[in-house]
Ligand binder design. Structure first.
Ligand code: K7E
Ligand code: CUA
Ligand code: CA
Length: 651
């Protein structure tokens, strides 16, 4: 065996290099963190996180092949779970299989994608256009994927995903696993946490993280105390904004209860500051809880409704001030991040981030607080156990245990909720994860059906875990077996490099989802093309039909090329245009065989998209270059796939 091959299982050399070159020689990562966590002020906050840059690889037990085998899914076999991951700054969403961790699909959402033609086709361009300006957007930042619920568990109908880069919410229809709606959230920047109703398909609640002027029209700039932050309710079916609530502070991660009574948000900037020093000044910020029944009532009656700027169509409830009846501000330490509801719907767990604690809040106490039955909102907190430095998010196994991701310590901490509520030390196990976890999630964890089988730790740093790919590293999403009912049940079984940067993942039984493999040609997705062809038929006295017609229609300088694709030919051998024509090409794939996709790529024109079996897609562009331009099929569809090409001739 060669020297290189001997090296496969060890990275000791790199560890030593890191230690000698590290920023804190002589101080271990954990000791360093403990030194910095106690003191206050911006220096401490910055130092608290500096540890991420100086990770030293912890000793790790060798994994036996028996444990690793648990993730093995034999060729031709199917996984037992789907994972739906956000894509972070890639702007997409991913669909994977578990336990194999095989990646099946990247669903383009807010990003440009030339494989499917997202940002190219007329359909995707309409969805990606900015609601106010029509500007074609290409950039997104997806953090949170959540699936639609009926009766507290997933129903397989929709998924929603946020765009932090532009204050938007997208919906993915799970019957075809692609985006069918994008909603711009007015007056919102940094839309971050989202969560749908869990009792039925009803609403999706969206938190904007950044405070900004209301309206942000330049009339207010330098008075940050007058900025605002909104909690937005989007109708789950129509995807229209129903209402917004203006809050004190800001809003980070979102959760809903199981009965449609509350949505809630962590707030790390109760100080309403504009820099790190100010945002980390207070020892406690908030868990902000929205009384949905009271808000809906007020919206209906118009009582307490205000409007922001010229958006008279959107009712806004003013939820500011400690004594308002719509919003409850529960003090929790310090710059909290995640909030998660346990699968029995009994507790909300808020993670401290700058405090090594998690706050346990029974929803019954929230009932009491809104009913005026407790003295102060802080009395809602019944336990605040220490779980490690930098707790971020919590998952559940359905057996009363919680698993919290601990960013600074680079561990996942298992703790028992009942033990914490009883006032005892609830920590059962901590395992090292590599390195610096953001979200952690477990199979069916966000539902009443949490099954306690698998845990995924979505780690921000992969450091020395993989072959080097240069200075931009993949993330490391680690897969952990939690199926044993023993106290110490977490066993790390797999490292999965992830294209940056999935924040969250939903792990759900495969039996919930039944995606179609061939489009229904009557689907609403093709309404625009169908209506266009119907109008062209009427205006030109012809019988034109998607999937049947192969014809070019000219109306002035507008050219409509309607054609089929059927392996291995396009229905049109040529499309003739004049320079300056506005050309719309409509392609219907009339193959009805699963997995037989065609593409349409027009040489030299920045146009490429895929057309799945029985799907119709269209593109509109200006013929601005004279000459002969081949359009060709980009999806390998036939032995004569390379011959599947025709001419676009511009005179
Ligand atoms: Cu913790 Cu955007 Cu969910 Cu990242 S957020 S980790
Ligand atoms: Cu059609 Cu390749
Ligand atoms: Ca704060």
């Amino acid at each position: 065996m060669s020297k290189q091959h001997d090296d496969v299982t060890t990275s000791t050399g790199r560890d030593q290099q890191e230690e000698t070159q590290g920023q804190h020689p002589g101080t271990s990562r954990r000791d360093f963190m403990k030194l910095s966590v106690g003191s206050a002020g911006v220096g401490a906050a910055a130092a608290y996180f500096a540890g991420a840059a100086s990770v030293v690889k912890p000793a790790m037990a060798q994994l036996s092949s028996k444990e690793a085998d648990k993730t093995y899914v034999a060729p031709g076999q199917y996984d037992t779970y789907y994972a739906f991951k956000s894509g972070g700054q890639s702007g997409d969403m991913r669909v994977m299989g578990l336990p194999s961790n095989r990646l099946f699909k990247r669903i383009p959402v807010f990003n440009f994608d030339c494989c499917f033609g997202w940002g190219v086709t007329n359909h995707s361009k309409r969805l990606l256009a900015d609601a106010e300006t029509g500007e074609q957007t290409k950039v997104g930042d997806t953090h949170h994927v959540h699936l639609s619920y009926t009766d507290g568990t997933y129903d397989g109908k929709y998924s929603w995903v946020n765009d932090k880069a532009r204050g938007r919410l997208a919906r993915v229809r799970l019957d075809y696993m692609e985006v069918d709606a994008i909603t711009d959230l007015p007056h919102c920047q940094g839309t971050h946490g989202i969560f749908p109703s869990r009792d039925r398909i009803n609403a999706v609640y969206c938190n904007s993280e950044f405070r900004n002027p209301m309206p942000n029209d330049g009339s207010l700039l330098d008075e940050p105390k007058k900025y605002g932050c909104l909690h937005t309710c989007v109708d789950a079916e129509s995807m229209k904004v129903r209402w917004q609530v203006w809050v004190d502070g800001q809003l980070d991660i979102c959760a809903t209860d199981y009965h449609g009574k509350y949505s809630m948000a962590t707030c790390y900037n109760s100080e309403e500051g504009v820099n790190l020093d100010q945002m980390t000044a207070a020892d406690r910020d908030h868990l902000t809880v929205f009384n949905l029944e009271r808000i809906e009532e007020a919206v209906k009656s118009g009582k307490d409704v205000i409007h922001i700027g010229d958006r008279k169509d959107i009712p806004v409830i003013d939820g500011r001030g400690k004594d308002n009846r719509y919003v409850l501000y529960i003090p929790v330490p310090k710059n909290p991040h995640g909030v998660n509801i346990d699968p029995t719907g009994t507790y909300a767990i808020a993670s401290g981030k700058l405090s090594p604690t998690v706050s346990v809040i029974p929803l019954a106490k929230i009932d009491d607080a809104f009913a005026g039955k407790i003295k102060t909102p802080r009395d809602c907190v019944v336990a605040e156990p220490e779980v490690g430095l930098g707790p971020l998010h919590t998952a559940f196994d359905g057996r009363g245990n919680a698993y919290t991701s601990i960013f600074i310590d680079s561990v996942c901490t298992k703790w028992n909720i009942a033990t914490a509520v009883a006032g005892k030390d609830p920590v059962l196990q901590k395992i090292d994860v590599m390195y610096q976890p953001g979200h952690v999630n477990a199979t069916m964890s966000e539902t009443k059906d949490a099954d306690g089988k698998w845990l995924m730790s979505l780690n921000k740093f992969s450091k020395d875990r993989f072959l080097s790919v240069g200075p931009m590293f993949p993330d490391n999403d680690q897969f952990i077996d939690i199926s044993s009912t023993k106290e110490k049940n977490m066993v790390l079984v797999h490292d999965a490099p992830a294209y940056p940067e999935p924040h969250d993942a939903i792990l759900a039984w495969r039996s919930i989802f039944h995606p179609k493999q061939i489009w229904d040609p009557k689907d609403r997705k093709f309404d625009w093309e169908r209506n266009l062809v119907a109008e062209l038929s009427k205006r030109n006295g012809k019988k034109l039909e998607l999937g049947k017609t192969n014809e070019v229609i000219r109306e002035g300088n507008k050219l409509y090329a309607i054609m089929t694709s059927l392996a291995p030919v396009y229905g049109l051998q040529e499309i003739r245009a004049k320079k300056g024509d506005e050309v719309t090409v409509i392609v219907t794939n009339i193959n009805a065989v699963e997995d037989l996709t065609h593409g349409f790529c027009l040489s030299g024109h920045d146009i490429n998209f895929g057309v799945a079996p029985q799907e119709t897609a269209s593109v509109t562009f200006t013929a601005d270059k004279k000459g002969v331009w081949w359009f060709y099929c980009t999806w390998f569809c036939h032995a004569l796939h390379l011959e599947m090409r025709s001419r676009f001739i511009v005179s």
